[in-house]
Design a protein around this ligand. Structure first.
Ligand code: HEM
Length: 161
């Protein structure tokens, strides 16, 4: 049997005007924060540079890392693929995983909040994530215009990445 190994990840940088996800994180990396990182020795641990966008992440094990996008603003992979249905507010913490939608298990309540399934008892204190707060926008990464069947296939593929 031949096993596959990841030999390199290209660190593909995607500019803001293409990705359109929240700008706050890349915006905080400027000459001042880079200088401070140097002063505390943090620059020996990460390679940081000022830019205007994000690097596409490796999707290996993505099924286990909800919520999604760099700011954790999207509760499931299904919502990532259905941008128009991403919830404005959702609970996170002590949640159960949903293996069909892939991510935080929940449902939309009458106020439009993505809440834990009826009767579910979180095992740690949950936090209400509100995408209207600064740095928490759930916009962008909306260019997957595939059919519903195509999105379903992508979701199944990401489960085994
Ligand atoms: C089949 C199409 C695609 C799928 C299924 C997909 C999937 C994903 C997923 C699941 C994430 C979230 C990763 C995480 O939270 O750790 C992500 C983020 C990202 N993807 Fe894609 N992607 C696709 C197409 C693309 C394309 C075409 C580009 C480049 C133009 C791209 C660039 C990025 C970038 C830069 C991020 C990070 C964005 C952020 O966190 O703000 N993706 N992608």
């Amino acid at each position: 049997m031949v096993a596959s190994h990841l030999l390199a990840h290209p660190n593909r940088f995607v500019a803001q005007d293409r990705m359109l996800t929240d700008t706050v994180r890349w915006g905080t990396v400027d000459s001042t924060s880079l200088r401070l990182m140097g002063q505390i020795g943090y620059d020996e641990l990460i390679e940081a540079a000022a830019s205007s966008g994000y690097v596409a992440p490796d999707l290996g094990g993505i099924w286990a890392t909800a919520p999604y996008l760099h700011n954790g603003s999207v509760p499931t992979l299904w919502h990532l693929l259905h941008a128009e249905d991403r919830p404005e507010r959702f609970w996170i913490g002590g949640h159960a995983l949903d293996y069909e939608f892939v991510g935080i298990a929940g449902e939309i309540d009458e106020a439009g909040t993505y809440v834990y399934p009826d009767g579910y008892e979180p095992w740690s204190r949950p936090f209400l994530y509100d995408t209207r707060e600064p740095g928490r926008s759930n916009q962008g990464h909306e260019f997957m215009t595939s059919s519903e069947a195509g999105k379903r296939a992508l979701l199944e593929y990401m489960k085994v990445k």
